[in-house]
Structure formats: structure tokens, C-alpha cells
Design a protein around this ligand. Structure first.
Ligand code: NAP
Length: 400
């Protein structure tokens, strides 16, 4: 029997405990000795829960029990999650987590501590919720040179963009609806400003590059400025707007970005709607591989946490993988990245735009509500940024 402890008996932690009970038969097919949740750490007591007798309030009870071999950290936040994880790893106890904030901010350091103490720090649930993505990248695609990642990595923003598109609704109205339904948090900043997705593309970029990518170095734009007009023009162009995390490697140049993009209807991510996530990986030999599923939620996220526990239990105490080194990956200056752009501007400024953009205009989408939409061919961010300054009335989005 592998004894585990769960830190934080909330949405994900509660799901981990329930899943291990409900799926014990499935678990025993791979791990005949089974898994058992010996402790649950939380600030509150849970007298009405069938698991209430296992709830403790002192991390040392767990760290000092030699029977505990794996800890699931599902508390979230930086502290005390970081201190508890560090102490566990220093005691040689491996840790699995869904805490993307902690992985993105201190993951490199925690992996070093794990290595030094013969333990493992795994975080499948930190990207894509229930979608298996980190282990396939590390194992099934280990032989590939990964040259591209394009992902819808945040279900809340995808839900908002989908609703705005389907119901011709404003950002503010859909955000309120998403909060009422529990799809968006009361303080939605981390989601709508792209920070949550940014942490995830930083984790994915670190895994495929083998070096530490700081999320603070990644240009990050959210969706709060997206309007009904953007969606109307996207439809005219045969596209949908999606918040994408991108990683591109071309020779020595490496770019990463979070931004809303127009996604054309022949692209695999076009159909990823609502709270779902989709991640398209491009390998130099395998070509495109797509991962799709529930990017969050109690049981999908718990499933990913338990998959890490299973991996560790099957490894029978051996250290499982080192995800990336301490060496920092220096991203190429984002101004050098080439993109194609959609621009909308007042009809009265069309002649000025034609003069400024010249041959780079590949399509005029026509006029809607007094504005004209243009699609521009590929150019560097630097060139586009310089030209668009001369059109302060214009709004723009990137295109896939
Ligand atoms: N929910 C999802 O769908 C999802 C998906 C992917 C990743 N994640 C990540 O998973 C982590 C957990 O998310 P969640 O939604 O499960 O959060 P949650 O529902 O708020 O659960 C966290 C639990 O930890 C407890 N806790 C907080 N501080 C503690 C402390 N010092 N000692 C012991 N227990 C403590 C909380 O107690 P109180 O309630 O009393 O504060 C709560 O029961 C976060 O990092 C989140 O980003 C969540």
C-alpha cells in the first residue's frame, strides 16, 4: 500500500481523496498494493465528511510519519505551499501538485531540492487540468525537436470568448455571467489578463527547452479589451478569437507569447470552445499532435494529480525525471517575431492605412458599423508596432 497525504481539502484535494476511493479497482490493476490517503491537511475540520477522521492541522504529523511516501499539494498559492513542499522534499518525500502558480514561480528551485534529496516534484495537473500533456511531452515526444506549441490554456477566457461570439454579447456582460456560474473567480484578473495562461506556457516552454523560462519574460496580453466589433470582423474573416499561448523555435530564435488571436476555421483550435482546453504540439518529425479536454474542474484536475502519484508509486521510490535545468532560457527579443495581423479602423482612415501598410494588406474585410477591417501579411512586431502608431484610432489582433 502506498500511503499518501493531501495538503488542502478543497476542490482539487477533495477530488483526489474521492477519486482514490472510487477508482481503487482501476488503480489496483496497475498498482496491486493500491493507494491510501492516510492524512489530509487543512485549516478547517470536516466533522461531517467521511474522511474527517484523517484531517490534521500540523504538517509535521505528515513529515514525521515514515509510512507517507507521496504528498499531493492542492492548497494553491505560494505560501505556505512552498515551505511545506520544500520541507517534504527535504525529508525525501515526493510531491505532486496542481499548483501552477508555485510551479511557475519556484518550480526550478523545488526540482533542484527534489533532485538533491532523491525525491521527485511532479505537476501534470498544473497545465491543461485533466489533459495528459506534460508526461506525453517528456516521454512519448522525448525524441522530437519541439518547434511549436499553440494552446488554449485557460478555460475561463475561452468560455468568455465563446459566449461573446455566440451571443453577440459584451465582455462585461459575459464576465458577470461566468462569475455567476462559477466559471470565473470573483477576482478574475489572473484569468482575463492572461497571467494564468502565461504561467502555463512558461511551464510548457521550460519542459520542451529543458531550461528555465521565467513567465515574467513572456509578453502577455489578456482579453479584457476584446469588443463585439472584434468578434463581428473575426466572423467576416472566417475566424474565431481565442486567447493563445504560443512557443516558437526557429533556429536559434525562441519566442513565447500570450495574446488573443484570430484562429481560422481550418485550424484544429478553431473548434475548441467553452471551458475546454486544446494544445497543439508541433514536432520536427511527428508533425502536429493535438491534446484536448477539460482544462480544470474537481475530478479532471484530481485525475491528473493522481496520475502523478501512480507514476511515482510504480517507480517504487526511484526519482522520476528532472523536468528542466536551472539554466535560464533567454527568449529572443519579441520585436523580432513575425506575425500576421488583423486591423480595424474608422472608414475615414482607410486611405491613410493603405498608404502606410501598402502591399502588406492582403485582404480588405469590408465595413461594419463605420469601421473597416484589414488583414495584413507577415511582418515583424517591430515594423507593425512602428506603423500602427500612426493610426491611433485603430485596434488590432494577431492572426494564426
Ligand atoms: N479548481 C480547479 O479546477 C483547478 C484546476 C487546475 C489547477 N488548480 C490549482 O489547484 C490548486 C488548488 O485549487 P482549488 O480550486 O482546489 O482551491 P481550493 O478549493 O481553495 O482548495 C484549497 C484548500 O486548501 C486549504 N488551505 C489553504 N491554506 C491552507 C493551509 N495553510 N493549510 C492547510 N490547508 C490550507 C483551503 O482551506 P480554506 O478553504 O479554509 O482556505 C482549501 O480547503 C490551486 O493552485 C489551483 O490553481 C485548480
Amino acid at each position: 500500500m502506498t500511503n499518501i497525504a493531501v495538503l488542502g481539502f478543497g476542490t482539487v484535494g477533495g477530488g483526489v481523496v474521492e477519486l482514490i476511493d472510487a477508482n481503487q479497482d482501476a488503480i489496483r490493476k496497475r498498482l496491486p498494493e493500491g493507494l491510501y490517503v492516510k492524512y489530509i491537511l487543512d485549516i478547517r475540520k470536516f466533522p461531517d465528511s467521511p474522511y474527517g477522521g484523517r484531517v490534521v492541522d500540523d504538517i509535521n504529523r505528515i513529515l514525521e510519519d515514515p509510512e507517507v511516501s507521496v504528498i499531493c499539494e492542492t492548497m494553491g498559492g505560494i505560501e505556505p505551499a512552498f515551505s511545506f513542499t520544500k520541507s517534504a522534499l527535504e525529508h525525501g518525500i515526493s510531491v505532486c501538485t496542481s499548483n501552477k502558480e508555485l510551479v511557475a514561480a519556484r518550480g526550478t528551485q523545488l526540482m533542484e531540492i527534489a533532485r538533491a534529496h532523491g525525491a521527485s516534484y511532479l505537476f501534470e495537473a498544473s497545465v491543461g487540468g485533466g489533459i495528459p500533456i506534460l508526461r506525453p511531452l517528456r516521454d512519448s515526444l522525448a525524441q522530437e525537436e519541439i518547434t511549436g506549441i499553440t494552446g488554449i490554456l485557460n478555460g475561463t477566457t475561452n468560455y468568455i470568448l465563446t459566449k461573446m461570439d455566440q451571443e453577440d454579447a459584451s465582455f462585461d456582460d459575459v464576465l458577470k455571467d461566468a462569475q455567476a456560474k462559477g466559471y470565473a473567480e470573483r477576482n478574475p484578473e489572473a484569468d482575463i489578463e492572461g497571467k494564468d495562461a502565461c504561467r502555463k506556457i512558461a511551464i510548457l516552454s521550460s519542459i520542451v527547452s529543458g531550461k528555465s523560462v521565467r513567465y515574467e519574460d513572456i509578453p502577455c496580453e489578456g482579453i479584457s479589451e476584446i469588443t463585439k466589433a472584434d468578434h463581428a470582423f473575426a466572423k467576416l474573416a472566417g475566424c474565431r478569437i481565442r486567447l493563445l499561448g504560443t512557443y516558437r523555435k526557429s533556429g536559434e530564435a525562441v519566442f513565447a507569447r500570450i495574446a488573443p488571436y484570430l484562429v481560422p476555421e481550418d485550424h484544429p483550435l478553431y473548434s475548441v470552445s467553452g471551458v475546454f482546453n486544446g494544445i497543439l504540439i508541433h514536432g520536427n518529425m511527428v508533425d502536429d499532435v493535438m491534446f484536448y479536454g477539460q482544462g480544470a474542474g474537481r475530478y479532471p484536475t484530481a485525475s491528473a494529480v493522481v496520475s502523478d502519484v501512480m507514476t511515482l508509486a510504480a517507480a517504487d521510490g526511484k526519482c522520476v525525471s528532472t523536468e528542466w535545468s536551472e539554466e535560464k532560457l533567454t527568449l529572443t527579443n519579441a520585436e523580432r517575431e513575425k506575425n500576421t495581423f488583423f486591423v480595424r479602423l474608422p472608414d475615414s482612415r482607410l486611405d491613410a492605412a493603405k498608404q502606410l501598410f501598402g502591399d502588406t494588406i492582403v485582404k480588405t474585410l469590408g465595413s461594419l458599423g463605420g469601421e473597416t477591417g484589414l488583414i495584413l501579411g507577415p511582418m515583424t512586431e517591430e515594423v507593425f508596432g512602428t506603423v500602427i502608431q500612426a493610426l491611433p484610432e485603430a485596434a488590432y489582433l494577431r492572426m494564426l
